[in-house]
Write a protein that binds this ligand. Structure first.
Ligand code: FAD
Length: 279
């Protein structure tokens, strides 16, 4: 990994004191490898809006640039203004703008802004260029999209609404990422598209996440992981090897950097970074 290929790290708000302590430990270890910025999820996995703001403040106090995620599902314009005004006061200048998902089983009000493109336009309308905005991209298509072309069209709307960059959903097939980049470039757009990288540490959890977000776990990886059963050390070693090789390939073939989904753990990301730097 070269200095002009920056990497970023994603954390989620902890739910209790023990998880908070784990996050602080992980963040301190990970900041030692100098990420360009870190991001904090919003409303994912049942976390609260204040959880994001608290975690953002904690990470700022550790001395790093922080990009809060913000989703518009279920929100009103005044609610979004209040959050964004707060971030301006906190000195935040980056955002990851998302639609988000309604909690499962709840019908409810989808909110005043329907899609991430509307949120990007809203931020630009009220805050001009005060925030650098990343949006989500899906190499294997968003699970609710009707088709690849339709999903690409919606991604392009986010770019045209004012997004500066995109971070992808995680994937294990680099060809899907390069295919997305080619399709976006064919539309005349040069927006940086940063691959989202999910370390492999726990097969059950990974299979659950992948089912929800539509990321395919290739058969050979599934079979190898199933073979290891409860042997966590072997799963971890295999995961570090597979993800280091994939990330190296992505960077060598032109990815502008990488964004690690840390799940608030440092070990695997540190090992992958060490491999990429040839330490
Ligand atoms: P959109 O870009 O709005 O797209 C959502 C769906 O609607 C797609 O199928 C798209 O094709 C379709 N669509 C878009 N515009 C239109 C239109 N005009 N008409 C019809 N259909 C349309 N979730 C969280 O809850 N919290 C987080 O912090 C979080 N962080 C994430 C970070 C990254 C990098 C990624 C990749 C995902 C993250 N997610 C998070 C998950 C994300 O919220 C979900 O994938 C959500 O279902 C879609 O959000 P989006 O911003 O991609 O939505």
């Amino acid at each position: 990994m070269s200095p002009d290929q920056p990497f970023s790290l994603e954390f989620f708000p902890p739910r209790d004191i023990a998880a908070q302590e784990r996050l602080v430990r992980s963040a301190k270890q990970l900041l030692a490898v100098r990420p360009a910025y870190v991001s904090v999820t919003f409303g994912a996995g049942g976390s609260t809006r204040s959880g994001t703001a608290d975690t953002v403040g904690m990470l700022q106090n550790l001395g790093c640039e922080v990009a809060p995620h913000l989703s518009c599902v279920g929100a009103t314009r005044p609610m979004l203004r209040e959050i964004l005004d707060g971030y301006r006061e906190q000195g935040i200048s980056r955002l990851v703008a998302l639609r988000g998902d309604m909690p499962s089983g709840m019908g409810g009000d989808p909110g005043e802004l329907r899609y991430a493109a509307d949120l990007v336009a809203f931020v630009r309308e009220h805050y001009g260029d005060a925030f650098h905005i990343e949006v989500a991209a899906y190499p294997e298509m968003h699970p609710q999209a009707q088709g690849f072309d339709e999903d690409l069209g919606h991604f392009i709307s986010k770019v045209r609404a004012g997004a500066d960059g995109a971070i992808t959903q995680y994937f294990f097939n680099p060809d899907a990422y390069f295919d997305l980049v080619d399709r976006v470039r064919a539309q005349g757009l040069d927006i940086p598209i940063t691959p989202g990288i999910m370390p492999i540490t726990n097969y059950t959890q990974l299979a659950r996440f992948s089912n929800m977000c539509g990321a395919e776990i290739p058969r050979w990886i599934r079979l190898r992981l199933a073979d290891y059963g409860d042997d966590r050390a072997s799963i971890r070693a295999f995961g570090i090897d597979v993800i280091s090789t994939m990330t190296e390939k992505l960077l060598a073939q032109g990815a502008p950097g990488v964004h690690f989904y840390t799940l608030n753990h440092a070990d695997s990301v540190l090992a992958i970074c060490a491999n990429l730097r040839g330490d």
